[in-house]
Design a protein around this ligand. Structure first.
Ligand SMILES: *Cc1c(COP(=O)(O)O)cnc(C)c1O
Length: 408
């Protein structure tokens, strides 16, 4: 077994330096616990950034993967496979048929890429070739490929990539008035409004009540699609299978999923209403790995667990419990944190003036709690959806020490 230091040395020499990586190497996990190469134990409160839905080593997921690996790993999209067909049927079922068809890919940015292509192609087929613009939101995150990147509302991510941002109007998240203005400026050119039900990377910011329903009304008025990016919020993270299900007035045309869908195995999905089914006809879009039996078997196991193991109930209970714990932590350490916000098990601790989230992130890691930041001002909590009260209690105790160590 290598040590943290050995892995770090090799990685720093041979991996492309495009990430800011901590000098630890995680070697194994069980439930919400992780161990690094030196044997240090951590509590996993980020789940690989909202990915490890069932925690680590979940027997149902392990069994599904082992069985599928022994049967068939990959086919092609020149034929069907049972796991992909079943997964599509079940995802459609989770929307009660409101969304009727699924396209599978391998990541969140690819799911968003498919949404961009679908929205533009739809307008093209309708004889409106100038309807190519999008409305998206400041601080939104939709991925890093050149189709998804212009939707991402952080200009520093565009710099130096000749990114096609001229075709996107970014307005303030939650501000319907600004959306109306953006729409009025380009009445017949907008093919879709793209939005996260909770801004994740942007700082764990839930949409204000009525905002998404308001976007639905606007898109209907102007003949544009409503595209919901549920890459982070989907698959139970907020307490319902899709975050949009919290308000029946939100009827999306297109929904993107990824992160938590495969419980740690890479898979993304785009779900569309029946009337958009024919837009991406044969030859217009595709991917070699998309819908492969291994990834779809993983996602089917995640859906089985959600259906049979009381996971959504746990998200509701543990989300409220974590929210209360974080609010108490902020009360106790006002020089470090000023409050918390979020929905279900997607929560953020808001830093006090002069404190960067990255500082508390490092202090928490030293105390054995793994977290991520969402913007410079918010420490993000996205534990496995199976997290227990005992794990949260232990993590909150360690965070209390981390806050005290920062002098707050
Ligand atoms: C993470 C994320 C993406 C990008 O997903 P990748 O799998 O990293 O490509 C897109 N949209 C949202 C809302 C995300 O949180």
């Amino acid at each position: 077994m290598p040590t943290n230091a050995e892995v770090t040395a090799t990685a720093q020499k041979y991996l492309l330096g495009n990430y800011r990586q901590a000098p630890i190497s995680l070697a194994r996990g069980q439930g919400c616990e992780l161990w690094d190469e030196d044997g240090k134990r951590y509590l996993d409160l980020y789940a690989g950034i909202a990915v490890s839905t069932l925690g680590h080593g979940h027997p149902r997921l392990t069994r599904a993967l082992t069985e599928q690996a022994g049967k068939l790993l990959h086919t092609t999209n020149l034929v069907y496979n049972a796991e992909a067909a079943r997964l599509a049927e079940r995802l459609v079922g989770e929307t009660n048929g409101a969304l009727a068809r699924a396209f599978f890919c391998n990541s969140g940015t690819e799911a968003m890429e498919a949404c961009v292509k679908l929205a533009r192609r739809k307008a093209f087929l309708a004889g409106e070739p100038n309807r190519t613009r999008f409305v998206a939101f400041k601080n939104a995150f939709h991925g890093r490929t050149l189709g998804a990147l212009p939707l991402t509302g952080t200009p520093k991510y565009w710099e130096g990539f000749d990114c096609d941002v001229e075709r996107v109007t970014h307005v303030a998240y939650g501000d319907l008035e600004q959306v109306h203005q953006a729409v009025a400026t380009h009445p017949k050119e907008i093919c879709a409004i793209v939005v996260e039900p909770v801004q994740g990377e942007g700082g764990v910011l839930p949409a204000p009540p009525g905002f998404l329903a308001g976007l639905r009304a606007i898109t209907r008025e102007i003949g544009a699609l409503l595209v919901l990016d549920e890459v982070q919020t989907g698959v139970g993270r907020t307490g319902s299978f899709f975050a949009f299900q919290a308000d029946p007035a939100i009827e999306p045309d297109v929904v993107a999923l990824a992160k938590g869908l495969g419980g740690g195995v890479p898979i993304g999905a785009m779900l569309v209403r029946a009337e958009h089914d024919a837009v991406l006809s044969p030859g217009t879009h595709g991917t070699t790995f998309g819908g492969n039996p291994l990834a779809c078997a993983a996602a089917n196991a995640v859906l089985d667990a959600i259906a049979e193991e009381g996971i959504l109930e746990n998200v509701g209970e543990m989300g409220a419990y974590l929210g209360k714990g974080l609010a108490a932590l902020a009360d106790k350490h006002p020089k470090v944190a000023v409050g918390e916000r979020g929905v279900g098990l997607l929560r953020g601790l808001l830093m006090a003036p002069g404190v960067e989230a990255r500082m508390l992130l490092g202090a928490a890691r030293d105390q054995g709690v793994l977290l991520s930041v969402a913007s410079e001002r918010v420490l993000r909590f996205t534990p496995p959806l199976t997290v227990t009260r005992a794990v949260l209690d232990e993590a909150l105790e360690r965070l209390d020490r981390a806050c005290a160590g920062l002098g707050g």
